[in-house]
Each structure stands twice: as C-alpha cells, then as structure tokens.
Design a protein around this ligand. Sequence first.
Ligand SMILES: [Zn+2]
Length: 233
Amino acid sequence: MGYYLRQFVINSNKLFDFFFPPCCFVCGKKERSYLCNSCLKKIKQRKIEKYQNISILKKKHPEIKEFLFLGEYKGQLRKNILSIKINKNKRKLKDAVFALMEAYDIKGDFLFTVPSIDEKPFHSFYIAKYLAFLCDIIFPEHGLKKIIKTKKQKNLKKTERYENLKGVFKKNMFGVLKKNSKIVIFDDIITTGNTVERIIETINTGEVYIISLAVAVKQSYIAKNKDKQLYIA
Ligand SMILES: [Zn+2]
C-alpha cells in the first residue's frame, strides 16, 4: 500500500513538474531540476571540515555518520527556506524535499525532527514527514517530545544556548530503537548544532544521519584570521 501510494505521489509530481518546471532550490537557476549541475557538484565535493560547528559536533559524537545539507544559509537558498517558513509556500516545501532526495540517497529506520511544545512547526514537521514518506522511513510523530518550554535559541548567547536545551527532549519509544538502528534527524537550519546534539543525546542509540536544508555557520574565519595575523606579524 505504502509503495503504490509513494509511486503515485512521485509520478504525479513528475507530471506537475513537466508543466511547472522547478528551479534549482539552492541557486535558483532554471534547469528543470531541483538542483542544478553546479550546485549538485558542490554538494558532492563539500568538505565538512570547512564548517566549524558541525565538524566539532561530528568529532564529539562518533555515532554521527554523515552530515547532509544543501548549502549555506544565504542567497537564494535562504530566500527559499524563508518562503517555506514564513509564507508557508507548499511548492517550495515540496521542492526542498525533492532537492534533498536528489542530493542524497537517504536511508534509515527512523526519522525524527525537532519537536515543539505548542503547535507543530509547519515547515520542519511537514518536510520531515514528506521526506520520511518518500524515502520509506518510519516517522514516529510522537517518538520524541519536548517537555520543557524554552527561550528562543536565536535570542541567546552561544554559551546559553546549550544550557537552554538541557533535558528538554524526552524519548518516547521504549524498546523500539535498537543499538544498530539508523536514525535520521532533520533540522531545517543548523546554526550552533545544539538542538541536534540534544536530540542525539536524548535518543542515545544507533547510527545517526543529520539532514538539513542549510547550515548557518561561519566558515573557518578564525583560522583564516590567525593566518593573517601571523602574516602581518
Ligand atoms: Zn544551483
């Protein structure tokens, strides 16, 4: 049943795209695909080490097998994400999911996203649910709960952000997750990586694959500046 429904959705989407061709989700180039050739190439050749926060997180948690994301949170990619978040643009939401699938062969046993205490966050919840459906991964909607109301992460200092999320998530999947379960975690934008880290700690099992639309981190500016300083000295 799931299989036929999935095929039906994929095929009707192909038909829709024939009449209304998509643009590259990352740069906006009109190439009748969700990712243009040059963006796809960039994704494939990307080095995680370039992004400080996520490479630190990956070193800290060896259970993280891969960090998958479409690009840096800027330009057209940022505009597209904002139109999903703010304008609840369904076309862009769909394009985001298909762009992720075009970039990566996403496999896993369970897919989680960042839970919220009040209402479901439209964008990440539906992207995660749609992605899980198309990739045939179980999406335990209530498998992870947020049990403490927190301050908005973006209003806090870097050091406060990690503390702010202490004990806020609760795992609700007793006996379902195995030691070798493949866990996919979707977070729309990765900034400090604190949220994802707390989720990994809460789930505390299996191999982890992190999927995100964009990473909003400074590149290794510090390292570059250090070189400059050395050079000047
Ligand atoms: Zn592109």
